[in-house]
Ligand binder design. Sequence first.
Ligand code: NDP
Ligand code: MG
Length: 390
Amino acid sequence: MKRIAILGATGSIGTQALEVAREHSSLVKIEVLTAANNAELLIKQALEFLPKTVVITEESKYQHVKEALSATTIEVLTGCNALNDVVKGASIDMVLTALVGFAGLEPTVSAIQAGKDVALANKETLVVAGEHIMSLANQYGTKILPVDSEHSAIFQCLSGESLASVEKIYLTASGGPFRGKDRSFLAHITKREALKHPNWIMGQKITIDSASLMNKGLEVIEAKWLFNLSIEQIEVIVHPQSIIHSLVQFNDGSLKAQLGLPDMKLPIQYALLHPGRPTNSFQRFDFMDYPQLSFEKPDLETFANLRLAYHAIQQGGNMPCILNAANEVAVAAFLSDEIGFLEMSAIIEETMTLIPFILSPSLVDYVSIDREARKIASDLVTKKKKVYQI
Ligand code: NDP
Ligand code: MG
């Protein structure tokens, strides 16, 4: 029985992880569920899975959750610090980080330091502090199991192989809803259009990141740290059907790919129950539904965010943290109709030039770098908002 804490249980990954837990109730026991705001869903999940503890980080929702669960023995906690504490519980074997953004960093560090394995969906943590996280995991002897479908694919392809025999990896990208479009088209797209992903149903932030190709940029950085690769060894290839989830090319020129339907339950199950592959009732692949698989080069001119992400990781140091923070601010501003689609890249690029480079930030430094980058990016949003809203 694997005893699991899900951080971000009410989101897209969190709810699909609970579907996996339902499917494998004899193999998975849910010990902790957390949410930020969505008290109603958290309560419903808690009453079904009866975890030891739930956390609602938004303090104004605490009383309501506490009252709703008063007939149970479930402990209810609140506040952001509660996430750092709750992952350390003696009864937890694995922490699934399914919360969004920089907020995932500190609980992930706490989980590793408490000796817990991490099923990592929260890619932003590795983008910001990948080197620290991987070396902490090494130091505490814990495993980081990728949930992201591309990284799960690479992880599966590497099974039984030596990292020394890897020439390069190909991360596949669907290309998002604006594949093939140019910048003049992107200048006028709406939030609604950007939120319509062709193949995946996901949370809002990652859906916008997919439309701007920032998601692929974040995934390049995530892959670098997870698999200890150089940036030159990571290539992005657009594959609109999202059936090949990624590939490894070995020194002898041979390629290994992992395929499947675009269904996040598969990589979630693989991470939670690794190395097992228990059978499940999830939909099976039918070749006749996909008679053609196609491939294209990504368009780095139109989708500047992918280029910016490569630039950030090539520079290293605090740059990926700045990229991530500015992107979180820019995406939130786009989602609240304050700026247009193309302004997102402009804000990220400008923020990256306005903060002095630091080569080797400590884990503690990242909190202040993130804060500074958010402040600068927010000021840029305010400036651009005036122009955009005229
Ligand atoms: P969602 O927005 O759907 O869900 C986010 C979850 O985290 C919710 O439970 C939310 O609570 C909670 N949350 C949000 N902000 C905070 C915060 N500051 N502190 C604590 N909890 C918070 O996101 P997704 O499930 O789409 O994505 C989660 C992570 O997984 C992201 O890093 C994403 O990049 C990654 N990922 C997602 C994929 C997908 O298919 N969705 C695929 C691959 C990776 P509440 O509901 O109460 O707001
Ligand atoms: Mg992915």
